[in-house]
Write a protein that binds this ligand. Structure first.
Ligand code: NDP
Ligand code: HSE
Length: 440
């Protein structure tokens, strides 16, 4: 058996504590797989006095001096499960430049400034692995960055945020409104006290940027991702989706396409969308994640599992720890970042989407013609129109509900259509606007 591989663990919260537990429980197997034992050199935390229960670790290993720990000569691998941009970025750049390997679950940092980490890894010669940063336990980034490297990925569509999937699944199952479903998610421990990052789509947007970077060999950052959350999704939207044989999911969509000049480009977006109940992602319930990958030769692939939680996320972290440790012992490093394609990222207005629009309108001759004329002026083709009585009027009050589903059109044209509809006298209100994905 060789000399131990020594780890600096930064963070010992939900994920870090499970990393410690698994390192302890599986130490013999991990050592056999790596060819050397793993040893924790130190654990950096914010509060030394915090009660950490029965964590199987020597309490003298805890420190609040993360940088001092990283710089120690006897540290080979730095595992970062703290989160946030700073000081995590400075710590990891320092570690990578010094030639240490880094394993991180920090999607926010990778999406904000992944380039700085990759550059530092290239400079220092160590590995940078981050499987846990997207979709928790699901092996997804390794397939994208290794297994599918002989193929051309055309589209990645995913449910990558467990909290919002729990909320939308509850709304679909019970007819509850957003606030009620969020309350349930909070009570059950799925949503955090401040759920902004999840419900406003920031968490999913960071993951979308990481997925797009790997799928399209292009540096994509959080700022390149069009982001909309689920706070505006109503019980009426969900009911309308159901009436059409659909459900609503918060999707991350990264797709190849062409820009206005016909050059290859990518678009990356996160927003709620209606998908048919027959779509593989429609059956992903509760707080689960799933990612649907389409590639030229491989065809369609689906990855499914637990996207969050201490143990599932620690599983992905440890997989990376084994990989980087084996590389160090063999004196090799994994393939470096692949960003050679450097494709431009298209603005959302150029993305091709479909809309489901619900309008409260006056029920009199010429209304349908006037509404259809707005769509025609913006070159948006209507796929289906359904008219019903306005809620609570039984059709007697001269009011009606029009539900229109469009064919595919540029998002900017659809947005302009909705703007003009809002200005029509005969349109009492635009009750809901939702994108439609996955064929209908
Ligand atoms: P927690 O908030 O549970 O834990 C954070 C840890 O970092 C704590 O141990 C805390 O110390 C420590 N810490 C915070 N600030 C500092 C600091 N300045 N110096 C030293 N230590 C510090 O976070 P999670 O475990 O939930 O998440 C960790 C990372 O994993 C994040 O990047 C997150 O996005 C990612 N992730 C989390 C998932 C999950 O399900 N939780 C899923 C996938 C990824 P102390 O214990 O003293 O408070
Ligand atoms: N808050 C995230 C979620 C945790 O709900 O999916 C995993 O990144």
């Amino acid at each position: 058996m060789k000399q131990p591989v020594r780890l600096a663990l930064l963070g010992c919260g939900t994920v870090g504590a499970e990393v410690v537990r698994l390192l302890h429980e599986q130490s013999a197997d991990l050592a056999a797989r790596i060819g050397a034992p793993l040893e924790i050199a130190g654990i950096a935390v914010r509060r030394l006095g915090r009660d950490r229960g029965d964590l199987p670790v020597d309490p003298t290993l805890f420190t609040t001096d993360a940088l001092g720990l990283i710089k120690r000569d006897d540290v080979d691998v730095v595992v970062e499960v703290v989160g946030g941009i700073e000081p995590a970025r400075s710590w990891l750049v320092e570690a990578l430049r010094a030639g240490k390997s880094v394993v991180t679950a920090n999607k926010a940092l990778l999406a904000e400034d992944g380039g700085a980490l990759h550059d530092a890894a290239a400079e220092g010669g160590g590995d940078l692995y981050y499987e846990a940063s997207v979709a928790g336990a699901i092996p997804l980034l390794r397939p994208l960055r290794e297994s599918l490297h002989g193929d051309r990925i055309t589209r990645v569509t995913g449910i990558v945020n467990g909290t919002t999937n729990f909320i939308l699944s509850a709304m679909h199952a019970t007819g509850a409104g957003f606030a009620e479903a969020l309350e349930e998610a909070t009570e059950l421990g799925y949503a955090e006290a401040d759920p902004t990052a999840d419900v406003e789509g920031f968490d999913a947007a960071a993951k979308a940027a990481i997925l797009a970077s790997l799928a399209f060999h292009t540096r994509v950052g959080a700022a390149d991702v069009h982001r909309e959350g689920i706070t505006e999704v109503t019980a009426a939207d969900v009911a309308s989706a159901k009436a059409m044989g659909c459900t609503i999911k918060l999707l991350c969509i990264a797709a190849r396409g062409t820009d206005g000049q016909g050059r290859e480009a990518v678009s990356v977006r996160v927003h709620p969308a209606m998908i048919p109940l027959t779509h593989p992602l429609a059956s992903v319930g509760d707080a689960f994640n799933a990612v649907f990958v389409e590639a030229d030769a491989a065809g369609q692939l689906m990855f499914y599992g637990r996207g969050a939680g201490g143990a599932p996320t620690a599983s992905a972290v440890l997989g990376d720890v084994v990989a980087v440790s084996r590389n160090r012992l063999a004196g090799v490093r994994a393939a470096s970042e692949s960003a050679y394609a450097d494709l431009p990222v298209r603005p959302m207005g150029e993305a091709l989407t479909r809309y489901h629009i619900s309008l409260d309108v006056a029920d009199r001759p010429g209304v349908l013609e006037a509404v259809a004329g707005v769509f025609a002026r913006h070159d948006v083709s209507i796929a289906t129109v359904r008219q019903g009585p306005a809620a609570g009027t039984a059709g007697a009050a001269g009011e009606a509900v029009l539900v229109i589903v469009t064919h595919v059109a540029p998002d900017a044209a659809l947005a302009a259509t909705v703007r003009e509809l809002r200005g029509l006298d005969i349109v009492r209100s635009v009750a809901s606007v939702l994108r439609v994905e996955g064929g209908l």
